[in-house]
Design a protein around this ligand. Structure first.
Ligand code: GCU
Length: 685
């Protein structure tokens, strides 16, 4: 434990390597603090970062102006004269801050660069933004920019287990836990810096499946170390959260029930929460997975999800805490013969009736799709479906179903689609972005969370290219208007430097990578077909006869799940016109056709191709695209750091093998089921 040294891991986009001088240095030798307390922990972090970044990138060691000049008596000594020639960086607190405590602006005025911020966090984000511009070799001259976060809560969810493993982790082990102990080291701080640099403000450190030792995170056994972790995050304006075991009152408290309406249960949690908030500084609240995939919850006692969430919410309320309650509640013991039960319906069915019953400090956390983070799913109808309840969007940056950080899959285009989706819940403010920012309902307890893709691998994310998803998620959580391409225009230069060929090649690969992955795996919204358990690699029938409710329903005539009003009725969970659009095979967006309909192999798509021909073409094309990326990457040898080059090359090798297997298995399977040959006569095994 605690054995890593700073040299053994990378700083990713905060590597602060030497940059070209694009004329920024005249502004950056001296800074002045106005209205900020330099002893404040977040201000201290901002100033440390400023120094670290500028000295690394420009060789400048910025110093604080030696005194604050009186009005009208500026530039009275030599040092000040020098400063006035150069200009200075003014870090100013805007009073009143209004509600934009986390916002900042950067502009040049009279030869100085002025960073104005509503509060300490805004200052920190502004400093990181300034460093980002320097790192991208952008000139600060004439700058005039302002930014504030779109989402109040911008969280990362770690699925880290206390034995050191990470559920759905593809970049090594946990850097928070090892052998049931908590790790606190320099890497924790670097992680907090990386997260804050992209504007994240909340972290849940442990897996939502809270078992064994993790149940004890809210006890004396761990309080001290948990507090140390929480303090580090506090330095970077990041609130600290834990996942809870709903049955802790039984497992830790020895009660015979976890019935949320039982007085002894309520009393136990009240006492426990008092202890937690006393012992853990910077604690924001808790994340709860209840009644889901075997985890305990209020259903056991005939109570509703609202009963469970509200009981905990009342217990954390005196401390300003929040309860983030997950909506991933479905029947995971289904029979494949049962065509009426539909896992996709479950989130909505389990939560919609209680809309309006949840406490103000409860937030429902809803996965982007109704199933489980497939490469393409419709948007969960619960998002915006709920009209009186705080909502938070959950996305998965960890590439569970999207290539395990072996296959390249830049997920930001997918997240953009989710955010831009019109739910039709309220005229003028109906996109998912509106709902989770609080614009739809005028609420503040809202936001976005991502199951994050980091681990203790030296490069944090296994595949270097997966770093774009961590970076991009944070930036998008802060500013949902950024495009997937704009985010790459930031991330690539900060990570790889300024070579044009590298920039262009990587943009092309990354921007198309999600569609490519979809093409060679499970196109048209069908999803799954993965190896059960691991969720990497192809197994067309892997989940077809099991209990998880994840069926493709292929037979000799066609494929897909009928979720129209003639099938499971899932399409009816949307507001109009979405409900009608999905309900009919003709108007359903084709990329989701098989999610909503059981379609004959001979059905003709808008492209003029039959469904079966589309399946063949898509898989051949997907493989070819992956092959072209691997070749394009090879051409970057010598232009990117050799270690990064080797890491990504090795991953492309494995991606090609995976894509080949998917192509051949899916094509053979559907050739044999349908009996219809590929009209182009390509090899189908
Ligand atoms: C998926 C994933 C699990 C995880 C679950 C969840 O089913 O495979 O590992 O626990 O999602 O989101 O709770």
């Amino acid at each position: 434990m605690e054995k890593q040294t700073a040299k053994e891991w990378k700083q990713l986009w905060l590597s602060y390597t030497k940059k070209k001088n694009v004329g920024n240095d005249p502004f950056l030798h001296t800074y002045r603090l106005e209205g900020f307390d330099r002893e404040n922990r977040i201000v201290r972090s901002a100033l440390e970062e400023l120094k670290k970044g500028l000295s690394g990138m420009l060789g400048i060691d910025p110093s604080e102006e030696s005194f604050a000049p009186e009005a009208g008596k500026e530039h009275i000594n030599e040092q000040d004269k020098a400063n006035s020639m150069q200009g200075i960086l003014i870090l100013r607190r805007l009073i009143p801050a209004g509600n934009n405590e986390e916002g900042y602006s950067l502009h040049e005025k009279e030869g100085n660069i002025i960073l104005e911020a509503g509060g300490e966090k805004g200052l920190l984000y502004g400093v990181f933004h300034l460093l980002r511009l320097v790192s991208m070799e952008k000139s600060l001259k004439g700058i005039c920019e302002a930014a504030g976060p779109d989402n109040p809560l911008r969280m990362v969810n770690h699925w880290d287990n206390m034995d050191g493993g990470i559920e759905r982790g593809y970049s090594g082990n946990s850097f928070f836990f090892e052998n049931n102990e908590i790790i606190v080291n320099e890497r924790t701080r670097d992680y907090a810096r990386l997260a804050a640099s992209v504007g994240l403000n909340g972290v849940v450190i442990n897996n939502v499946n809270v078992k064994q030792a993790a149940t004890y995170l809210i006890t004396d056994r761990y309080f001290e170390k948990v507090a140390q972790l929480a303090e580090i995050f506090a330095d970077y304006g990041i609130r600290f959260y834990l996942s809870l075991n709903y049955a802790a009152c039984m497992e830790l408290g020895g009660l015979s029930t976890a019935d949320p309406l039982a007085e002894e249960v309520q009393a136990w949690w009240k006492e426990k929460m008092k202890e937690c908030f006393d012992r853990i500084p910077n604690l924001g609240g808790f994340l709860v997975k209840a009644d889901s995939e075997g985890r305990p919850g209020p259903f056991t006692y005939g109570r509703t999800q609202a009963d469970g969430a509200n009981m905990l919410a009342d217990a954390v309320k005196p401390y300003g805490g929040i309860i983030i309650w997950r909506c991933f509640v479905y029947n995971c013991t289904q029979d494949w013969r049962d065509y009426k039960t539909d896992r996709a319906r479950a989130g909505y069915d389990n939560f919609i009736q209680m809309d309006g019953d949840y406490r103000e400090n409860v937030i429902l956390q809803i996965k982007n799709g109704p199933m489980d983070f497939q490469i393409r799913e419709p948007i969960s109808p619960l998002l915006g479906g709920l009209k009186k309840t705080n909502q938070m969007l959950e996305v998965q940056v960890a590439q569970e179903y999207t290539g395990h950080q072996i296959d390249v899959c830049y997920l930001i285009p997918m997240f953009k689609e989710v955010l831009d989706f019109h739910t039709y819940c309220k005229a003028g403010a109906d996109t998912v972005a509106d709902v989770i920012s609080g614009r739809t309902l005028g609420n503040r307890n809202t936001g976005i969370a991502a199951v994050i893709n980091t681990g203790n691998d030296a490069n944090w994310t296994g595949n270097y290219l997966a770093g774009a998803n961590f970076y991009g998620y944070g930036r998008l959580a802060f500013r949902t208007d950024l495009t997937a391409e704009e985010i790459l225009d930031e991330w690539i230069p900060q990570t790889f430097g300024s070579d044009e060929k590298v920039l262009e090649t990587l943009k092309k690969i990354l921007l198309n990578s999600r569609t490519t992955y979809e093409k060679y795996t499970s196109p048209l919204g069908i999803g799954w077909m993965v190896n059960p358990g691991v969720h990497y690699g192809c197994s067309v029938d892997g989940y077809e006869y099991s209990r998880w409710g994840t069926y493709h329903r292929a037979d000799h005539l066609g494929l897909g799940v009928d979720r129209s009003d003639k099938g499971t009725g899932y399409a009816q969970q949307y507001y109009e016109p979405n409900a009608s659009m999905y309900n009919s095979m003709e108007s359903c967006p084709e990329e989701l056709l098989l999610f909503f309909h059981h379609v004959p192999y001979t059905y003709v798509l808008k492209s003029g191709k039959t469904l079966i021909q589309h399946i063949y073409d898509s898989h051949f094309e997907g493989y070819e695209e992956a092959e072209s990326y691997a070749k394009a990457w090879d051409e970057l040898e010598g232009l990117v750091d050799p270690e990064i080059f080797g890491n990504v090359k090795e991953r492309f090798g494995r991606q090609l093998q995976n894509a080949r297997e998917w192509r051949d298995q899916v094509n053979s399977y559907f050739y044999r089921k349908s009996g219809i040959p590929d009209e182009k006569g390509r090899t189908i095994y």
